[in-house]
Write a protein that binds this ligand. Structure first.
Ligand code: SAM
Length: 400
């Protein structure tokens, strides 16, 4: 078993090793230039010798008007630097079998070779020289370590592709430190109970690009959809997107609606007072109630046009914070708790669940879901048949 678990850990580590291509970074970052002037940028999952995020910001340091660029490298990576290194590694950084944790802090990038432009060769020179500070970290470079959190505190904007296996923790840290960010993640993260509430409350939204994306991977990376090009190994991931809290113009664009609502085409859920919409493009222009739409809707979400219906108003006019249909750890209030405990101890589990449900329904209404604003699994049945994951939205009243 121990062997299996090691294998699992190793696989997990390995699967966090995929490297963003410069072209994908450029395609997203080109929309945010105005936000970077005079800012301290942190790339905290980025070995400067391997990361195109570092390369992008170093090459565009002057164009963006950055104040400082910081990149930190994690030593927990199972790969050796030789597999992906984009630049020659200076002697100052001594590698053993594993990468060592270090940081680089840059406050200027000049035309060192006097060729009239600040480009990759200048970045190379900069990495090799002592002009900027390149130093080992005491700890392992984990983004949660005290040293990296100190750097996070200095930063205005964090930009990277963090390890997907730690995405929840990564975002929680950024939110806790109230940082602006632009990060790559898996689209599935939209449905995480730690992430969706942030989206529903308009604290996080999607950037410009989403869908399939190709990443460079170590040669040892095992996964479907890998291929070689120019001696390098790449993997295609199908559902990638950018998460950000930087303003985007895309969020101001309205989704054109052309379909008319009919009860036949848009059936209601059995257990939720909303109609099901299978395609984002087919959201009806004349339905005023709640609609369950595919999570890809977020790519078209303009908060002026739609609201995410995550917090149902109760009789008392207060928003519900969490649904109780699954989350029994929520503070239920004395009377309910007593009833709940009594029911639990004196009835069979079927009866218990029934009573529990009816209590919850009478107290909170029958339309609550386990992740507010998200209909998943059995919550989304239509005539007994489970539908795909949906998020619940409504057209804004004054929107036409
Ligand atoms: C998805 S890769 C992306 C690398 C790079 N940011 C890029 O986009 O090319 C995630 C990186 O985070 C590193 N990593 C894994 N766990 C980490 C941790 N706890 N703290 C910091 N970095 C970590 C991995 O070694 C890996 O290099």
């Amino acid at each position: 078993m121990a062997g299996n678990s090691n294998l699992h850990t190793a696989n997990k580590e390995k699967n966090d090793e995929f490297y963003t291509q410069l072209v994908d970074i450029e395609n997203e970052l080109k929309h945010y230039k105005e936000h970077f002037k005079n800012k301290v940028v942190l790339c905290n999952c980025d070995d400067p010798f391997e990361s195109n995020f570092f390369k992008y910001f170093a090459m565009n340091f002057n164009y963006l008007g950055l104040k400082k660029l910081i990149a930190t490298c994690y030593d927990g990576s199972p790969i050796s630097y030789t597999q992906l290194s984009f630049f020659d590694v200076p002697e100052k950084i001594v590698f053993t079998e594993k990468r060592k944790a270090y940081k680089i802090e840059i406050t200027e990038v000049l035309d060192y070779n006097n060729d009239g432009a600040v480009d990759l060769s200048d970045v190379k020179y900069l990495l090799k020289s002592n002009k900027n500070s390149l130093s080992h970290l005491e700890s392992d470079g984990d983004f949660r370590s005290y040293e990296c959190v100190e750097l996070l505190e200095q930063a205005d904007i964090v930009v990277t592709n963090p390890p997907f296996s730690l995405f929840r923790e990564y975002v929680a840290l950024l939110m806790a430190y109230k940082k602006q960010f632009l990060i790559i993640g898996n689209q599935n993260a939209i449905t995480y109970k730690e992430i969706f509430p942030l989206i529903a409350r308009n604290k996080i939204w999607l950037g410009y690009n989403s869908g399939g994306q190709v990443f460079q991977v170590p040669k040892s990376f095992e996964r479907n959809n890998t291929f070689f090009a120019n001696g390098k190994k790449f993997a295609k991931f199908g559902n990638i997107c950018w998460y950000t809290n930087l303003p985007t113009r895309k969020r101001e664009e309205k989704l054109p609606l052309y379909k008319k609502y009919t009860p036949e085409e848009y059936p209601k859920y059995d257990n939720y007072n909303a109609i099901n919409v299978d395609k984002v493009a087919e959201i009806p222009y004349d339905y005023d109630g709640v609609m369950g739409v595919p999570i890809t809707f977020l790519d078209k979400y303009n908060p002026e046009q739609f609201e995410i219906v995550a917090f149902r108003k109760g009789e008392d006019g207060k928003d519900l914070v969490y649904s109780l249909s699954r989350n029994t750890s929520v503070n239920l209030g004395g009377a309910y708790q007593t009833l709940f405990q009594n029911t639990h101890t004196t009835t069979s589990s079927d009866q218990f669940l029934k009573v529990k449900k009816s209590i919850e329904e009478s107290l909170y209404g029958k339309y609550s879901t386990s992740i507010p604003g998200m209909i998943k699994n059995a919550e989304g049945k239509i005539q007994g048949k489970i539908t795909y994951a949906r998020m619940t939205i409504r057209r804004k009243k004054d929107e036409n």
